[in-house]
Every structure is written in structure tokens, then in C-alpha cells.
Design a protein around this ligand. Structure first.
Ligand code: CU
Length: 480
């Protein structure tokens, strides 16, 4: 279907072939190929990984980091890098209080490190940028899962390589579940992960990679394919929205003006549900919502749109929900799920604040490098020494002019966002969070309790990974 001169030949009735310019390839392939109409490819669900072994306390998994191919566009084999051949990687389902050990083998030509984003894990399992798996080697990561149930994700974190390696496919979901947590929420086949990421494709349907290339990444994938459709019953669904993009910020809406009932944020359930009609989701953030399709008629099509996506369909019309008839025609499905008015009891704030720090994020345009507190990342330098068990306030400022956005992700904690430019934040971004958005010129204050039982060196960084892999990272040593 694709020829060497960078044009796409489309077989048309009567044997006429049309040649289109290369830059129109993606929209052409989506708009013209009979199997590639927008909202015709069913939403893929990443496979759930089975443990290779389980004992009384622990489930053991195996992952291999290796090159693979993905069918991002129908009929086109795109070279990617994968965990276990899957794009995105397989989902690991863990249970609170039950440990997971993952043996990872690196079959790439480059080093790789696995970071469990949002995980409370020992230092030697955190995937520090220098603590990598060399090509041909393997190591075992230990995840205690001694933390609240939450939608976490794992991804590459190798020094200077994470932006490219995440972009090309090295990410997957890691769900910690707790049967005691709001058991009435929709579950099983009605609990759906939606992993978003943007990519740029060349005229052969292959990934284009360049750092700071956000403008060109104009194909938005959901679970690995552009503009999929999810057929939904007339009932409630729990949707887990995960932004795995390097740099793209989404602002999601439902095309019928419908509501998202948000139940969870980065670190798990919130105290109470919050009704929203627009959800902003920056790189690495997670939001869990319940959407109720029970009042819709069979055949109704509702689009998940991105208000930040401009006029381009591939970045503004993200996916479609198509409502199918209930078991009884014209009647909603039986649905005993519900969103309880109280979701969770959040832990108390804890000890008095022992330290206040200022964290300044800025771009050095002359040297094309991103800085924290005026310095590029040095993996051998300790930026902060933090006492285990202590509580600190971090005042984080994006010192750059519009429109350079940054965020801050702190390893091994879930923090509270106290305020933004001096104003208290909305409940959905108050707690529990591990990544906070910081638009140009803004300042957020974080209350961080270092309550993990682990000591050692842990990074904190901007989670625009094109920034972090060009030095917008620093690290703290947690001491006993
Ligand atoms: Cu940044």
C-alpha cells in the first residue's frame, strides 16, 4: 500500500490509483482505507500479564524488553520497542499487601531501567537513571504493594534515553487493587483502561523520533491505535485515563456535554466523587472517572474530544463510545454498580512541617538544556537530603515564559497540592498526587510526607520526558 517515493497508493474503483503527498499519509490512510475509517477499529485492551509463579506472599512475573512490531494503522507493521512484544506493554494487576517481583531481561542494544510510576518501592527497584539493565542482562524488581490501590504505570527511565524509549513503546499499566476499596464501582469488563499518547509517523507508517518534536506528533493513540471505538452497554463504566505522552496535554470532554464523575486521581480514590465536564490530563497524570451511558439510546455515538487538540481531527477527536442496545431493547442494562457518596478515608496530614524548599524549573535556551534550581541533572550529585518520616513543603515555580509548561514528579511519595499561585486547588488535584502540572509562570506548593520505609537516592523531575531526558531532573537522598 505504501511505495518508496513517499506516496500512498489507494486502490479505487475501476483500478485508478491515487497518489497523495506524504504529509497527508496519516489522515489519508485513516480516511480512505476501507478498514481504517475513524472510529471503526475496536479499542484494544492491553493484555493482562499472568504470573509465572505465585507463592504465599508474592506473584512473580517476567518481562522482556525487546524490539517488536505493532499494527498502529490497519495493515501496516510499525517497528516499536516493547515489553513482551506488546504495544503498549502488558498490564500487571497487583493486590494491596501482596508483593510482586518482576524479572526483566533487556534484549535491546541500549540500556533500560524500569520505573514504577507512583510506586512506593525500595531504591534498588526504583529504576534510577544509572541503575540500568545493560543489553543482554536481566534483573529483578521488587514491588511491595504496601500502598493504597491506584492506577500506576511502569515505563523506561534510563539516563538520557527515557524520552525516546517511552515514545517508542516502553510503558505499561500497573494496577494495584484493594477489594475493600469502593467495591460498588463498575468492575471487570466495565473497568476500562485508556492509555493516551501522541506519535509522529513517516510516509511508511514508521515512528519518527526527534526530541522536542511535539508539533509533529499529530497522531493520538488510545491503547496503541488512533481513533478507536468502544462499544458500550447502557450502564455505567469506570474509565482509567492515563496520559503516557512525552509532552501532550489533554483537555477531555464528552461530545454530548456529558459528565465525568471523577473517583480517583494519581494515587487512588479521592475522599468523595467530583462531577466534571472537562478533564485536564498532563503527561504521567491519571484520572479515574465513571461515565453513565444508561440514559442513552442504542446507536448513540459519543466522542471523547480533546479541547486542546486544535482543528485537527487526529488530535481533537480522540475516540468514540458507541452505545449498543441493552439486553432488553429500549431498557438500560441491569447495573448494580454505583458511585458511593464517600469513596475513601484519606490518611491524615501528619507531622509538623520540618523543611520548606524552593524548586525552580527553567529552560536555558542558549544551551538548549532544562534546569532545576539552575542546574542540569547530575546523577552523582545529591540535591536534597530528606529525613525519612518527615514532612516538607516544596514551593515549585515554573520560571519560564509562556508557553513552556513543566510538571513535577517526585519518586516514592504521594503528595498533597496545597495551592496554586496562592489559591487552594480543586479537590481532584489536591491529594493523592505524584505528578503536578505547572504552567508557565505558576507556582504550586506541595506538602510531602516522606512516609515510605525506604532510604536511598530517588529522583524528582519534570514529567515532560523530553525535558527530563535533557537534564530537568534532580535527586534527593532519603536518610534514616
Ligand atoms: Cu519540563
Amino acid at each position: 500500500m505504501l511505495n518508496r517515493r513517499g506516496t500512498l497508493k489507494l486502490g479505487a474503483a475501476g483500478g485508478v490509483a491515487l497518489a497523495l503527498p506524504a504529509e497527508r499519509l496519516v489522515s489519508a490512510a485513516l480516511g480512505n482505507a476501507p478498514t481504517a475509517q475513524p472510529f471503526s477499529v475496536p479499542l484494544p485492551i492491553p493484555p493482562v500479564l499472568s504470573p509465572v509463579y505465585s507463592d504465599r506472599s508474592t506473584d512473580y512475573y517476567e518481562l522482556s524488553v525487546r524490539p517488536g512490531v505493532a499494527e498502529i494503522l490497519p495493515g501496516v507493521q510499525t517497528n516499536v520497542i516493547t515489553y513482551n512484544g506488546s504495544f503498549p506493554g502488558p498490564t500487571i494487576k497487583a493486590r494491596r499487601g501482596r508483593a510482586v517481583k518482576v524479572a526483566v531481561t533487556n534484549r535491546l542494544q541500549t540500556p533500560s531501567a524500569v520505573h514504577l510510576h507512583g510506586g512506593i518501592v525500595p531504591q534498588d527497584s526504583d529504576g534510577h537513571p544509572l541503575d540500568v539493565i545493560q543489553p543482554g542482562k536481566h534483573r529483578v524488581y521488587h514491588y511491595p504493594n504496601d500502598q493504597r490501590a491506584a492506577t500506576l504505570w511502569y515505563h523506561d527511565h534510563a539516563h538520557h534515553l527515557e524520552a525516546e524509549q517511552i515514545y517508542k513503546g516502553l510503558c505499561g499499566l500497573y494496577l494495584i487493587e484493594d477489594r475493600k476499596d469502593a467495591p460498588s464501582l463498575p468492575k471487570g469488563q466495565f473497568d476500562i483502561p485508556l492509555m493516551f499518547r501522541d506519535i509522529a509517523l513517516d510516509d511508511k507508517g514508521q515512528l519518527l523520533w526527534a526530541i522536542f518534536d511535539g508539533q509533529r506528533r499529530n497522531t493520538v493513540l488510545v491503547n496503541g491505535v488512533p481513533q478507536p471505538v468502544l462499544k458500550v452497554r447502557r450502564r455505567k463504566y469506570r474509565l482509567r485515563l492515563v496520559n503516557t505522552s512525552n509532552e501532550r496535554m489533554f483537555s477531555f470532554r464528552l461530545s454530548n456535554g456529558g459528565e465525568f464523575v471523577q473517583v480517583a486521581t494519581d494515587g487512588g480514590l479521592m475522599a468523595r466523587p467530583v462531577r466534571r465536564t472537562e478533564i485536564s490530563l498532563w503527561p504521567a497524570e491519571r484520572v479515574e472517572v465513571v461515565v453513565d451511558f444508561s440514559k442513552q439510546r442504542g446507536g448513540t455515538k459519543i466522542m471523547l474530544t480533546n479541547a486542546n487538540g486544535g482543528d485537527v481531527a487526529s488530535t481533537s477527536q480522540i475516540m468514540q463510545f458507541e452505545v449498543i442496545d441493552g439486553i432488553r431493547r429500549d431498557a438500560p442494562d441491569n447495573d448494580d454498580s454505583e458511585v458511593p457518596p464517600k469513596l475513601s478515608v484519606l490518611p491524615a496530614i501528619g507531622a509538623p512541617v520540618m523543611m520548606t524548599r524552593k524548586v525552580v524549573l527553567s529552560f536555558d535556551a542558549k544551551n538548549m538544556v532544562f534546569l532545576i534550581n539552575g542546574k542540569p541533572y547530575d546523577p552523582h550529585r545529591i540535591d536534597y537530603t530528606v529525613k525519612r518520616g518527615s514532612t516538607e513543603i516544596w514551593e515549585v515555580t515554573n520560571a519560564d515564559p509562556d508557553p513552556i509548561p513543566h510538571s513535577l514528579h517526585v519518586h516514592v511519595v504521594q503528595f498533597r497540592v496545597l495551592d496554586r499561585n496562592g489559591k487552594a486547588v480543586e479537590p481532584w488535584e489536591a491529594y493523592p498526587k505524584d505528578t503536578v502540572s505547572i504552567p508557565a509562570g505558576e507556582t504550586v506548593r506541595l506538602l510531602i510526607r516522606f512516609d515510605a520505609p525506604y532510604t536511598g537516592v530517588f529522583p524528582f523531575h519534570c514529567h515532560f520526558v523530553d525535558h527530563s531526558s535533557v537534564a530537568m531532573m534532580a535527586q534527593m537522598r532519603i536518610v534514616a
